[in-house]
Ligand binder design. Structure first.
Ligand code: PEP
Ligand code: MN
Length: 298
């Protein structure tokens, strides 16, 4: 397929968009990502305890989320910060899946944990810091679960495509890409949401592309507008952090939405999703009434 980037994205045939393969759908448990449904994945940054996770799962499910996120193995910038509950956290996630029917996505950080995490989850998250850990990618590719591949904070889109090709080459075509913000000189946000990443990737790959507005923003107030922007530029879904009491969260509280904020944000997406549905089903441009076309009065 012709793109404006002549060769820049070549060598990634297994994940490249083509006339024969314009789009792929990745099934995460019972949820199809990349089809007509905009899929929202939500939950806390870290699984902290059963009550925190179950109440969050119930609340985000009621607001329309289809997949529950929550880290049991946490990549933290400081060795003194909360590192996650490990297998106990995975067990809590499994319990939430049983009670709510939500599919589960959770991060795997080490090759040695791949089988354990795969046993409890519907999709394996590769975090930004692990995007180029090729031995982890190989192990994850072989485990049979779909993979949520997050863009590294200093990775180009070409680098992201290379990692996706690597997973596919190792036998796993079920990959979802995630734009989660990149490092720039701007300090008002934790990272800079690279809004172009979504339409660029949608032109060069058949894989579904989602947006994580939480890690891009780093600040709760910016998450809803970034989420609406993600819908407008053609993301297949979102990965959003939600916590019952963000001020008490053991990780990423500043960027986590409360239940009420998440509900309001989900409602605010509706008009944008409706416009997108019309655009997607339109094979020709909508007719503009004559009187409006000349700037007249309807
Ligand atoms: C997360 O999803 O909680 C996370 C650690 O994200 P990232 O790898 O994008 O920093
Ligand atoms: Mn987080």
């Amino acid at each position: 397929m012709n793109t404006p980037w002549n060769g820049h994205f070549s060598g990634f045939e297994l994940v490249a968009k083509s006339d024969a393969r314009p789009r792929s759908i990745v099934n995460v448990g019972p949820v199809a990502v990349g089809g007509s449904e905009f899929v929202v994945m939500a939950g806390p940054c870290s699984v902290e305890n059963e009550h925190q996770l179950l109440t969050t799962a119930e609340s985000v499910a009621r607001s329309g989320a289809r997949i529950l996120r929550g880290g049991a193995f946490k990549p933290r910038s400081s060795p003194y910060a909360f590192q996650g509950l490990g297998e106990d956290g995975l067990k809590i996630l499994a319990r939430a899946r049983k009670e709510t029917g939500l599919a589960i996505v959770t991060e795997v950080m080490s090759e040695t944990d791949v089988d354990l995490v795969a046993e409890y989850s519907d999709m394996m998250q590769i975090g930004a810091r692990s995007m180029e850990n090729f031995s982890l990618l190989e192990a994850v590719a072989r485990c049979g679960r779909p993979v949520l591949l997050k863009r590294g904070m200093c990775a180009t889109l070409q680098d992201l495509m290379r990692s996706a090709q690597f997973v596919a080459e190792n036998g796993n075509p079920n990959i979802i890409l995630c734009e989660r913000g990149i490092r720039t000189f701007e300090k008002a946000t934790r990272n800079t949401f690279d809004i172009s990443a979504v339409p660029v990737l949608n032109l060069v790959t058949h894989l579904p592309v989602i947006v994580d507005p939480s890690h891009a923003a780093g600040v709760r107030a910016i998450v809803p507008p970034l989420s609406r922007a993600a819908v407008v530029v053609g993301a297949a879904g979102l990965l959003v952090e939600v916590h019952p009491q963000p001020e008490k969260a053991l990780s990423d509280g500043e960027q986590s939405l409360t239940f009420a904020e998440f509900r309001a944000m989900m409602r605010s997406l509706r008009p944008y999703l409706a416009i997108r549905a019309v655009e997607e089903s339109a094979t020709t441009l909508p007719e503009v009434p004559e009187v409006l076309a000349v700037g007249g009065h309807a």
